[in-house]
Design a protein around this ligand. Structure first.
Ligand code: ATP
Length: 499
């Protein structure tokens, strides 16, 4: 399935639409439909659960989208958050330069200088629709706006969530009574005026991020106390050195990668493995994942080391999540620009220190959304129609309830009672129209794991049929046991174990 087919599927089923489609949409903006909003919320809750609620060393925040513009001066976004843009001489059509070079010449171009791009354009006589290009230009990706009814009061829509974490570092540390090492997490919208939005949700202009800044004592940047928890995690990887040698990805455990100095920081290895396992535990196809180290030309000037978690999309291996080691760059910048102290008082040494961010897992919600849909989509099932094998934690609806016949009020009444029994526990879809086979198919296509049918026997003996989406296996169970059955299923028991 290619990305256009995925976009069509999402629209047909009510996952995602082009924004305000009746007006022709707007490039790079999307509206999430009834199923999309549920799936997206489930992805965000699953991330929050693993990264915040299940840990004692991470606190969350929800920062504002528009903030004091000095934040973006300090972070370097005002000066540097730009992509190189090529503009055609006659029609002034604009394309993102590195992507255009990559598409045309099949060479990696991320991080190329303006001069390198100009030279390549000249050398290969590159044109767009027969037109020549002007000299390449910088284009800042931040959306600018005014605050209040005055012009010239510039502010920006945040291009990432991470930067609202640093200015709040001291307050959060004190309020949540955090001791190093600890993290601050945030989920929220980000906006980038991408020159060439494309590949559906992969590159949009409004998207969401799930980000975490993990702070450690500057003397402890190499020792991660949790490393043993992940040492056996097996990953595919491609290091900067392997990319220089044009080698393909290899596989190895986190312990092996650290031993061979392929990943040099235990903390970064820990977070890379943790992020990899987050996807694995939610049913992603891990054969399509790899860790890729940034080569020297791509790395931000302040980043100590950066690895991406990549996914093999239908349009190739692409960044799904970036996991940078940012050192003390951000706290230092915000401290200098705001003239407010952002250091941490170490009770043991009685010293003030500026913590280092050893890892900044930065995951796009919309890219994760695509990955889970690609991996769940199964159109080869013997049923002859698409089955969306989403993990039960992510499925928009967990249970569907069907009265066998819609024109029998006593069946509809009983089914409504079942719906009301379960609705406080989980998301339940109630469907009384159409042949029962068609109703099962509709739920299979949107990934509902359990189907419950109320028939004439239900009225006699209080039992219902429960059907498993993945195997189509059906069993009878008592209505009185349904809450217990659904609870065990949602906690992870298999279909056979719950009955
Ligand atoms: P790319 O090289 O693909 O432009 P990036 O390196 O600029 O990405 P980061 O700044 O590291 O991306 O952003 C962190 C994460 O946010 C990315 O890994 C991705 O999941 C998500 N993200 C970034 N830009 C977009 C976008 N335009 N649309 C959707 N998701 C995005």
């Amino acid at each position: 399935m290619n990305i256009e087919e995925m976009a069509a599927f999402c629209k047909r089923k009510g996952f995602v639409y082009p924004a305000a489609e009746i007006y022709g949409g707007l490039a790079g903006f999307f509206d999430y439909g009834p199923l999309g909003v549920e799936l997206k919320n489930n992805i965000k809750s699953a991330w929050w659960k693993t990264h915040v609620h299940n840990r004692t060393d991470v606190a969350g925040i929800d920062g504002s989208i528009i903030t004091n513009p000095q934040v973006w001066v300090a972070s370097g976004h005002v000066a540097n958050f730009s992509d190189l843009m090529l503009t055609t001489k006659k029609s002034k059509t604009k394309v993102r330069a590195d992507q255009f070079i990559e598409d045309q010449l099949k060479v990696p171009a991320d991080g190329m200088s303006a001069e390198e791009i100009n030279n390549l354009v000249k050398e290969h006589k590159l044109k767009l629709n027969g037109e020549d290009f002007e000299e390449v230009k910088d284009f800042n990706l931040m959306f600018e706006t005014n605050v209040g009814p005055v012009s010239g009061s510039s502010a920006y829509l945040r291009p990432e969530t991470a930067q609202s974490i640093f200015p709040n570092f001291r307050l959060v540390q004190e309020n949540a009574r955090m001791k190093l090492p600890f993290g601050i997490a945030q989920i929220g919208k980000a906006f980038r005026n991408e020159i060439s939005p494309r590949d559906f949700l992969f590159r949009c202009r409004e998207f969401e991020q799930m980000e975490l800044e993990y702070f450690v004592h500057p003397n402890e940047v190499n020792k991660c106390p949790y490393i043993n928890e992940v040492k056996d995690v097996k990953v595919q990887y491609v290091s900067a050195y392997m990319q220089e040698k044009d080698e393909k990805e290899k596989s190895g455990t986190i312990a092996e990668l650290l031993k061979q100095n392929i990943i040099t920081s235990e903390w970064q290895a820990y977070w890379l493995a943790t992020e990899h396992e987050w996807f694995a535990n939610l049913g992603a196809n891990m054969k399509k994942f790899r860790l890729r180290q940034h080569v020297s030309t791509e790395k931000s000037h302040y980043a100590v080391d950066t690895w991406d978690l990549e996914y093999n999309f239908p349009f190739g291996w692409k960044e799904l999540q970036g996991i940078a080691n940012r050192g003390d760059y951000d706290l230092k910048q915000h401290q200098e620009t705001s003239k407010k102290e952002l250091s941490y008082f170490d009770q043991e040494s009685k010293e003030k220190v500026l913590p280092h961010v050893v890892a900044e897992p930065s995951q796009g919600v919309d890219r994760a959304f695509l990955v889970f849909l690609f991996d769940a989509y199964d159109d080869k099932d013997k049923r002859g129609f698409t089955v969306l094998k989403l993990h039960r934690t992510l499925a928009p609806y967990k249970v569907a309830v069907f009265p066998l016949l819609s024109n029998k009020p006593e069946l509809v009444k009983k089914a409504t009672e079942v719906f009301e029994t379960l609705r406080d526990q989980t998301t339940v879809f109630f469907d009384k129209t159409g042949a029962i086979g068609r109703r099962y198919a509709r739920q299979d296509e949107i990934g509902t794991p359990l189907g419950i049918t109320i028939d004439f026997d239900t009225l006699e003996d209080g039992t219902v049929t429960i059907r498993d989406r993945d195997t189509t296996k059906q069993v009878r169970a008592k209505i009185d046991d349904l809450q217990m059955i659904v609870m065990k299923y949602l906690q992870g028991a298999s279909f056979d174990e719950i009955l």
